[in-house]
Design a protein around this ligand. Structure first.
Ligand SMILES: CC(C)(COP(=O)(O)OP(=O)(O)OC[C@H]1O[C@@H](n2cnc3c(N)ncnc32)[C@H](O)[C@@H]1OP(=O)(O)O)[C@@H](O)C(=O)NCCC(=O)NCCS
Length: 380
């Protein structure tokens, strides 16, 4: 065997392989624990805000009040889209998938940033601020345009969660809804070396720009096995239709070897700690609306999946009914994941730039060797 490959152990899907050192977040799959920079996700979900978590992921510590205010005002400065980007959004087909629209628009943002190729920490932090501030506006504006509505200006006094819902609907959400959405953003902010974050680090590792790395991360997030799962969850719930149909629907799907989206995880072997909060929000929103149907159906799906397959709900399962009850269109669930995860992606890109090594693993070659080349006219 090639000497350089001796240390290589083939692991399908790189499961269990530590492919980077990071202090940003850690998942303990056996205990069902998630920490961001040392802080337990439950503490952050109960006590923190998304902007505070953004600071934590980028600076590896919680902000002082003054630092938090400074971050919020820097974000607000970049809340609105440029005329050029809105003009670009208008050229996209109305039926385009919003996550693909986001990916293409983010790639184009780089053309309007003269500092994009400056990978110093100071310049990269500014890019991270711009990206984090622009994501909600991009998602909301493209949704309004496809509905035949004009994008509206941001409400600069509001945080990202409130502002996103405002940009989408044209009216401010209730304080409770804004709080639930803010916690959703906290819960999705980072998750160690998930597929999209790994993609971002691989791209950043070539010293490509932050825009390039984030564009690749959005592409990775879009797949149904990753961030695309939440939309599929709601489609499944709508297809099931009633609590009474759950048992037969799930059993049939499993018998046909179909995967039920929102269940199972590459790392967690027990409850995904993020699902704990989202389950509660699903219940609360249902009770407030006087219709707990989606929550009850979700609980029943959970029960059947646990019994039949021993699988737990992941972050995407209850976020689906939460967003549905907030009246958010199904195909925006994955872009909303990105509105949050941009904080983690940029944190990881900053970390990668700070101590960069090109990421270039080896492959276990399983093809043929020593074949004799046959000229094309002599081939059978
Ligand atoms: C997340 C996921 C890709 C992790 O998968 P993994 O650790 O690579 O495990 P595998 O896909 O190899 O699945 C292992 C076994 O569990 C089954 N399984 C895993 N997730 C399942 C699901 N959601 N529904 C039904 N069966 C599932 C597989 O069919 C497989 O069974 P088998 O051994 O009988 O073939 C997988 O659980 C999945 O596809 N879930 C649905 C998509 C989803 O919710 N993604 C968001 C993740 S946050």
């Amino acid at each position: 065997m090639d000497k350089a490959k001796e240390a290589v152990a083939t692991t399908a899907g790189l499961r269990g392989v530590a492919a980077a050192s990071s202090s940003i977040s850690d998942v303990n799959g056996d205990k069902g624990e998630l920490i961001y920079q040392g802080y337990d996700i439950h503490d952050l979900a109960q006590q923190s805000t998304f902007e505070e978590v953004v600071f934590l992921l980028w600076h590896k510590r919680l902000p002082t009040r003054a630092e938090l205010e400074e971050l919020k005002s820097s974000l607000a400065e970049h809340y609105d889209l440029s005329v050029e980007i809105v003009a670009l959004l208008r050229t996209f087909p109305r039926e385009a998938d919003p996550i693909d629209v986001l990916r293409t628009a983010v790639s184009a943002l780089e053309f309007h940033d003269s500092t994009a190729r400056d990978l110093s920490r100071a310049a990269s932090l500014k890019t991270a601020i711009k990206l984090t501030a622009q994501f909600p506006a991009l998602v909301a504006a493209s949704d309004r345009l496809r509905r035949g509505l004009e994008p509206i200006k941001a409400n600069k006094g509001q945080n990202i969660a409130t502002n996103f819902l405002y940009l989408l609907r044209g009216e401010l959400p209730s304080a409770e809804e804004a709080h639930i959405f803010d916690v959703c953003l906290i819960l999705h902010a980072d998750h160690e070396l998930n597929a999209s974050t790994f993609a971002a680090r691989v791209i950043a590792g070539t010293l490509a720009t932050m825009y390039a790395a984030v564009t690749g991360a959005i592409a990775a997030l879009s797949g149904p096995l990753h961030g695309g799962a939440n939309t599929q969850v709601m489609k499944t719930l709508l297809e099931i239709g009633e609590v009474d149909n759950v048992e037969s629907y799930i059993k049939k799907a499993l018998a046909e070897k179909r995967k039920i989206m929102g269940f199972g995880h590459a790392v967690y072997r027990t409850e995904d700690p993020r699902a704990t909060h989202l389950r509660q929000f699903s219940k609360e929103l249902g009770e407030q609306a006087g219709d707990t149907k989606w929550y009850e159906m979700s609980r029943k799906v959970e029960e059947v999946m646990k019994r039949e397959k021993g699988l737990n709900a992941n972050v995407d399962f209850f976020s689906a009914s939460v967003y549905y009850m907030m009246g958010i269109p199904l195909d925006l669930y994955t872009p909303i994941f990105a509105v949050s995860r941009i904080s983690g992606w940029t944190g990881h890109i900053l970390e990668q730039y700070a101590d960069n090594k090109l990421i270039r693993p080896r492959a276990e070659y399983i093809g043929a060797r020593d074949l004799t080349y046959v000229p094309i006219d002599e081939r059978a």
